[in-house]
Design a protein around this ligand. Structure first.
Ligand SMILES: [Zn+2]
Length: 304
């Protein structure tokens, strides 16, 4: 790093790379940091009036966070007030933690703390690096580009930014194993475990990916009992929580998923379908299924 001051700033950001609290996904603060980084990159300042932040942040939390019973405004007020205690975020007025009403009545404005704001403005590549650290610690590769686009950042720049924000969990040092994809596709006979898609183009599988049931970003192991071969569509819907698996590894479709066409309605037909791995391939382990259902799957399953 350029100097000690920058290193200290990055260490403060790095504490937000802790991707879980008490075993639960906790993307609220990282989503606010990403929103503020996007604001800085597009408007030249991280300043976010509550009136704007409330709608944008609650949209981000609803789309990319775990299912929550709290109201939209409350889920946005939580990071907007609590990020102050991490030493990187300030509000222009002193308001209580978590309270929605004072944020609205006093027209509160939030922004990065002065020295962090100055460092990020001074070195725009730091904005990209900070965004990369946040998004990769909290979201799988299928979802990360969507998160970045939603906050106004360019995924092509961010996902290739230098890795300068330390990772206290040590997760960043864990490399993805390139042989894993091949092993997973073979184990599932080179077809989507949900729909059976097995397209080949010029002799190679196309549109098929190896998916972690418990996300790699959440310490999901590269083991066959945490893996599925999925077509790109079903991989994305599985990582967004529109598709899930019950305790017996039957496919769940979220009742929150809607569609108007025959092509889209094909998804409903997957509901209740049992996975049929080839002999010797394990079904996903219960602990990984439970994790996905609790942390990723969204809404009630369709009525079978
Ligand atoms: Zn599929």
């Amino acid at each position: 790093m350029a100097d000690d001051q920058d290193a200290a700033l990055l260490a403060r950001l790095a504490s937000l790379r802790q991707h879980q609290q008490g075993g639960r996904r906790s993307p609220h603060k990282p989503l606010l940091v990403l929103l503020a980084l996007g604001q800085l990159a597009t408007a030249g300042s991280s300043e976010l009036p509550w009136s704007q932040a409330q709608a944008r942040l609650s949209d981000l939390i609803a789309e990319f966070g775990p299912l929550t019973r709290t109201s939209r405004a409350q889920s946005a007020a939580y990071p907007f007030t609590r990020l102050r205690s991490d030493g990187i975020w300030v509000l222009d007025q002193d308001v209580p933690m978590d309270a929605v009403r004072p944020l609205s009545t006093h027209h509160v404005v939030g922004r990065f703390e002065d020295s962090l704001e100055a460092a990020l403005r001074h070195d725009p590549t730091l904005v990209q690096s900070a965004a990369r650290a946040m998004v990769e610690s909290h979201f799988p590769p299928t979802v990360a580009p969507d998160v970045l686009t939603a906050v106004g950042l360019d995924p092509n720049l961010v996902l290739h930014a230098a890795d300068v924000v330390p990772d206290p969990s040590g997760n960043a040092e864990r490399r993805r194993d390139p042989r894993w994809r091949t092993a997973v596709l073979q184990a599932w006979d080179r077809q989507c475990a949900f729909c059976g898609f097995d397209g080949q183009f010029l002799g190679a599988s196309v549109g098929l990916e190896a998916a972690h049931v418990r996300w790699f970003a959440f310490d999901g192991p590269d083991s066959l009992d945490n893996a599925l071969a999925l077509c790109v569509l079903h991989h994305k819907l599985f990582d967004l929580g529109a598709l899930g698996l019950d305790a017996s590894a039957r496919v769940l479709v979220s009742a929150a998923f809607t569609t108007r066409t025959d092509a889209g309605q094909a998804l409903y037909d997957l509901h209740g379908r049992a996975l049929r791995p080839r002999p010797g391939t394990p079904l996903p382990a219960t602990e990984h299924l439970t994790r996905h259902q609790r942390e990723v799957f969204k809404g009630q399953p369709l009525i079978a």
